[in-house]
Design a binder for this molecule. Structure first.
Ligand code: C5P
Length: 237
């Protein structure tokens, strides 16, 4: 298994993003591009960051009818993204269609396809009372992960705290991509359930997605190296 740290590049625009990435010089961190940057700058931002030698996780969380998702995924694969995602709530037919689209659009290996189970902003109470899903959160996350696996997907986005339950419900090889990571001495910000890179490693995450703990650090390159050391190499810096 190849653990890695993905930097959430939640910047408003291209200039700011490229200025941030310039600091890394020859290191080429795995980068997450979200809706804000993609909708603001368009597909070219993906090609540009890929051309600079980064792996790219395109976090657009697709959720629509199967045919639409299939065609959208074909276009995302053609951009050269390494990892893309969708909502497992769209159902198995949509997830299978997404895979077909990725296979049709990919120039080489298809991007890894990851499902969002339940957003970490969704509380159990909201899920039960507003969405009328009358089950415990962990059961819903595990079942959505199984649906994703049975549809041929590569993994899920989940809290590091749910990584173990997902691995048990699916398999050790089924990927867990986990946001909500902070260094022990950081501000938690708006994240509710946070863990450190070292703890995420112990809990079995395959990829941690780290935003502000790196992007807002006084020295982002040092913060990135610290996350890699703790999470990938397994030593406390
Ligand atoms: O700055 P921070 O480390 O909290 O950033 C986490 C990143 O992961 C953000 O881009 C956020 O949108 C994303 N994310 C999340 N929780 C999810 C899915 C994605 O925090 N369930």
């Amino acid at each position: 298994m190849k653990r890695d740290v993905i930097i959430a590049c939640d910047f408003a625009g291209r200039e700011e993003t490229l200025r941030f990435l310039d600091q890394f010089e020859n290191e080429k961190p795995f980068v997450k591009i979200g809706m804000e940057l993609f909708y603001g700058e368009g597909p070219q931002i993906v090609r540009e960051i890929k051309a600079r030698g980064h792996e790219v996780f395109l976090d657009l969380k697709l959720h629509d009818i199967p045919n639409t998702v299939k065609k959208a995924m074909r276009n995302l694969a053609a951009l050269g993204a390494d990892m893309v995602n969708l909502h497992a709530a769209g159902g198995s037919a949509m997830m299978r269609a997404a895979l077909e689209g990725l296979e049709a659009g990919a120039k080489g290996a298809r991007p890894r396809l990851i499902a969002v189970t339940q957003l970490t902003s969704t509380s159990e109470q909201m899920m039960q009372e507003e969405l009328l899903i009358p089950r415990p959160m962990e059961e819903v996350v595990a079942r959505y992960a199984q649906n994703a696996q049975n549809s041929g997907l590569d993994g899920v986005v989940c809290s590091p705290l749910e990584a173990k339950a997902v691995k048990e419900a699916c398999s050790q090889a089924f990927l867990t991509v986990t946001p909500g990571v902070r260094f022990a001495d950081d501000d938690v910000g708006d994240q509710k359930r946070v863990t450190t890179p070292a703890r995420a490693r112990a809990l079995g995450s395959d990829y941690i997605v780290v935003g502000r703990s790196i992007t807002a650090a006084a020295d982002p390159v040092t913060a990135y190296r610290r996350a890699v050391k703790d999470f990938v190499e397994g030593e406390e810096a």
